[in-house]
Design a binder for this molecule. Structure first.
Ligand code: ZN
Length: 685
């Protein structure tokens, strides 16, 4: 097996996307896993005292090849999915997962890292190398490497049971979502719902052999009904069906997620206690930036205290508007989204379709690159290489001395076989290799509208923000100066700080001086009119107080549930639902329907990776807003501020704690003020 017969085993340069085929996947993964296991055996059985060069480097070398090859497969599976590729991916995924699970519990490797840490030579390592060793030790511990045989077996059983419960949670929610449908015969009952949604609903009814319109609980049907249907009874009906999914109140009590939630909480607590922690929240925070559950809870409560007056004002305005102009004497939960859309349309009327004419693709990318080149002293040039689809573009970043910094792919348009959403992924990580530096490479993926005919693609302002967001993640990966695998680029960055560089970039999309250079009407060539920009800016913070306290409610519930709630029973909050009610009484302003069972569909926390971590959204937003405030003070395109952000935050990656990087950049710990100001929440009387 060699690179000439299998391009996935060619590590001499960029992935050979013109040559990789599904049949290459299994032989490449098998060969690389065998290599990696051999490397681990050699390291683990080496009787000589461990050194950086005999433990960390050979392991990094093996893992790097595996990551690069598997990363290319994962990427292709996400962006040019075919049945053959999906089969090849799914057949190999369990092998990769099992390999990492075995490595995480390998006591021999854990001992090598412990010995490395205990040697006097450890003190002579640079900060990045020290951080890497400490991270490895932490991850071994959190994988249960330190437990005795019985403990290891129990820990593994608990992890497997939790994975199974998460899958069941997700399946119940999916089944409950799919099981419900409501057919409407008379189009008049659907007045207000946009035409394209109606067309879909009619096609869905026809597919079932029925006349009229089929409404479902899936987003493209549910949201427009809640947002636009004038029919209040219909909104109430759909809202109740949606809010009771996978609960005791749904038509399918066999899919009730409440018992699963209790079991998940018990097992998470048990896993935490096996590892020597008091509760799951403490374990969750070990690899994160936040220091303790108490710190997170205080953060959320402080923000809630400041945001609540604005949320109350938002809700009062909305209720008054609904009463006076919509004839809704009392604003009910199934009216809120509808009334908000009506008020928004009335207050800030402008046409999204008009706005997008000012954002043709080349102008947007040129505007983005201009910001980045100005503040970070780099040059971005388009290049050519093998890609997975003809519409994919490829770029090099050079520094001002023309030395290569990194490279990235831009895959902008939605198409069949491409997973939805937008994301950045690492293709190659920066690290030192024999004979120099391995330069970082990133995949930047979006799902924007493709050009039609010979007109260039044009983007909505939201889509432009998405491009900036993902590019921020990309710069974190590409502008790193760390040369140690595992802590360069985005690797090893605390999870609650990972959105700092991305949300930071979004701010530029709201700066007039940036925006006017980034716009050119696709037909007339005119820049965005100031008047239109002012309307967009005014609409930006519409109801931001209400949305903020809603996020805080979810974050506070999640953290209290994993820190203070006792699944074995407690007087103050006998059930998770009673805890949620208490949090709402403290934080929320929008009344909840008596049937509301939101908790049973809170998949981020019970089926995703956000347990005791939901606060991260707001946490990182504080950092990004506060970081940007330095640019507001020193000039939005200030190269001095840019150099500092690059040197202290982007270049450092995971080589030191995110808080240290932030303080080094900003000259002080993070403050809330900028976030409140950016959301329009400044002192009201
Ligand atoms: Zn992001």
């Amino acid at each position: 097996m060699n690179p000439t017969t299998n391009p996935l085993l060619d590590f001499s340069g960029l992935p050979r996307f013109d040559a990789i085929r599904p049949e290459h996947v299994t032989p490449a993964v098998d060969a690389l896993l065998a290599d990696a296991r051999r490397a681990i055996e050699t390291i683990a059985t080496n009787p000589a005292p461990p050194t950086w060069g005999t433990v960390v480097e050979p392991l990094a070398e093996s893992l790097d090849r595996l990551d690069r090859a598997w990363g290319a497969v994962r990427h292709l599976n996400a962006v040019v999915n075919t049945q053959e590729l999906r089969d090849a991916h799914n057949a190999n995924l369990p092998k990769i997962v099992a390999f990492h699970a075995d490595l995480g519990q390998d006591l021999r490797m854990y001992d090598k890292y412990r010995a490395l840490r205990a040697q006097p030579a450890f003190a002579t390592l640079d900060a990045a190398r020290k951080t890497l060793v400490d991270n490895e030790l932490r991850d071994f511990k959190l994988s249960g490497a330190e437990l005795g045989e019985a403990g290891k077996a129990r820990f593994k059983a608990v992890q497997e049971a939790l994975a199974d419960l998460s899958t069941q949670f997700e399946e119940h929610l999916l089944d409950a979502t799919n099981a419900w449908a409501h057919y409407v015969e008379d189009a008049a009952e659907l007045a207000g719902v946009p035409d394209d949604v109606l067309a879909e609903a009619r096609a869905a009814a026809q597919a079932d052999g029925r006349t009229g319109y089929k409404l479902t609980l899936r987003m493209p049907s549910f949201l427009p009904v809640m947002d636009y249907a004038h029919n209040r009874d219909l909104r109430r009906l759909v809202h109740e069906a949606y809010s009771t999914r996978a609960s005791d109140l749904s038509a399918h009590p066999e899919w009730d997620n409440a018992p699963l939630i209790t079991r998940i909480l018990e097992l998470r607590r048990e896993a935490a206690q096996l590892l020597g922690y008091g509760n799951y929240a403490q374990v969750s925070l070990v690899p994160k930036m936040a220091g303790s559950p108490a710190e997170v809870i205080a953060f959320l409560r402080d923000l809630a205290r400041r945001a609540k007056p604005f949320a109350e004002r938002d809700f009062a305005e909305l209720a008054a508007f609904a009463r006076d102009e919509l004839g809704l004497a009392e604003l009910m939960p199934w009216d809120v989204a509808y009334a908000a859309e009506q008020l928004k349309a009335k207050r800030y009327f402008y046409n999204e379709q008009e706005v997008r004419q000012y954002f043709p693709e080349d102008q947007v990318l040129a505007g983005l690159f201009r910001v980045v080149e100005t503040i970070y002293a780099v040059n971005i040039r388009e290049g050519r290489t093998a890609v997975w689809h003809p519409s994919v573009r490829f770029f090099h970043i050079h520094d001002r001395n023309d030395a290569l910094v990194g490279e990235f792919y831009f895959d902008l348009y939605a198409r069949e076989g491409k997973q939805g959403g937008a994301w950045m992924d690492d293709a190659i990580n920066r690290r030192s290799v024999r004979g120099g530096i391995q330069h970082p490479v990133a995949y930047l993926t979006c799902n924007l509208s493709a050009p039609v005919g010979d007109r260039p693609a044009t983007f909505t302002h939201d889509e432009v923000i998405t491009i900036f967001h993902e590019f921020g993640h990309g710069l974190h990966q590409l502008l790193t100066r760390v040369d140690v695998a595992g802590v360069s680029g985005i690797q090893g960055v605390e999870w609650d700080a990972i959105e700092l560089p991305s949300q930071f970039m979004e701010n530029f999309c709201w700066e007039w001086d940036v925006l006017r250079h980034m716009t050119r009407h696709v037909d007339t060539g005119a820049p965005l009119p100031r008047e239109l920009f002012d309307k967009m800016l005014a609409a930006k913070n519409f109801l931001s107080g209400m949305w903020t306290v809603r996020q805080l409610e979810m974050g506070l519930f999640d953290m209290l549930l994993h820190d203070q709630f006792d699944p074995a029973g407690m007087a103050a909050w006998p059930t998770p639902l009673s805890l949620l009610a208490a949090v709402r009484a403290e934080v929320a302003v929008v009344p909840r329907a008596p049937y509301d069972r939101f908790m049973e569909s809170f998949a981020h926390v019970f089926a995703g990776g956000y347990a005791a971590g939901y606060y991260s959204y707001k946490w990182a937003e504080v950092l990004s807003a506060d970081a940007f405030s330095l640019f507001e003070e020193e000039g939005v395109l200030s190269p001095a501020a840019g150099a500092r952000f690059r040197d202290e935050v982007l270049a450092r990656g995971g080589s030191r704690p995110a808080l240290e990087s932030f303080v080094a950049f900003r000259g002080r710990p993070p403050q809330l003020d900028a976030l409140l100001r950016h959301n329009g929440m400044v002192a009201i009387q």
